[in-house]
Write a protein that binds this ligand. Structure first.
Ligand SMILES: Nc1nc2c(ncn2[C@@H]2O[C@H](COP(=O)(O)OP(=O)(O)O)[C@@H](O)[C@H]2O)c(=O)[nH]1
Ligand SMILES: [Mg+2]
Length: 206
């Protein structure tokens, strides 16, 4: 749940980057962190195991400026992808206001994407949240691999697998080069702030 501090005139939103292990969630946050001005970003907290895998979550606080006199603060989280961290993954989702589903285009990960999106939907339901009613964007990551010999899925295939039900905005991206990373963040931030302010009827606050 978003935290609204009326005395400080601040809104805190939580956006979670979700997706199968190794799809590029941590890399998204690292790219955002390295390109944001220092005063707009907080310290990135990341706890990784040896093989650059996220053990608990990554956290990146951002300050997005003001809307209607309220300071907008956003916290970006990632989840650990590995199967054995299912309970941590669910815990990170608690109180999420917006979601980015990061899809891996490697053909060998095709089923993992679908499973992960279903996992997201059912975990949210346990918190009483419906994915189709929440701010959501899908990012088709690693598009830089398309021109390499590595077998990748086409956008049409990914779209059929992951977006035939939700029909949300999608972005082609490469978290390593930065392509599409800010477009994804901008759109989910916009949707999330709108969702949070509508939910709390802030438009009635002067
Ligand atoms: N080629 C390519 N590799 C990527 C991209 N994004 C992430 N990776 C690589 O994929 C691996 C897993 O990325 P990571 O961000 O740790 O995935 P996470 O498990 O979702 O957090 C790392 O070796 C990254 O460098 C991308 O857009 N293109
Ligand atoms: Mg990670």
């Amino acid at each position: 749940m978003a935290l609204i501090d009326l005395s400080k005139k601040e809104i805190h939103c939580k956006i979670v980057y979700y997706g199968p292990g190794r799809c590029g969630k941590t890399t998204n946050l690292l790219t955002v962190h390295s390109s944001m001005a220092e005063k707009a970003r907080g310290k990135m907290l990341t706890i990784e195991t040896k093989g650059d895998r996220t053990l608990f979550f990554d956290l990146l606080p951002l300050n997005l400026g003001k809307i209607r006199g309220f300071n907008i603060r956003i916290q970006l989280y990632t989840v650990p992808g590995q199967v054995m961290y299912a309970s941590t993954r669910k815990l990170v989702l608690k109180g999420a206001d917006g979601l980015v589903f990061v899809a891996d285009p490697l053909q060998v990960r095709r089923e993992r994407n679908v499973e992960s999106l279903e996992d997201l939907r059912t975990s949210l339901l346990e918190y009483g949240l419906k994915l189709e009613e929440m701010p959501l964007v899908i990012q088709y990551n690693k598009r830089d691999l398309v021109d390499t010999p590595i077998p990748t899925l086409t956008v049409a295939e990914l779209e059929a697998d992951l977006n035939s039900v939700y029909k949300v905005k999608t972005f082609e991206a490469s978290a390593v080069t930065g392509m599409g990373v800010f477009e994804t963040l901008r759109e989910i931030s916009k949707q999330t702030v709108r969702y949070v302010t509508n939910k709390h009827l802030l438009h009635e606050t002067k």
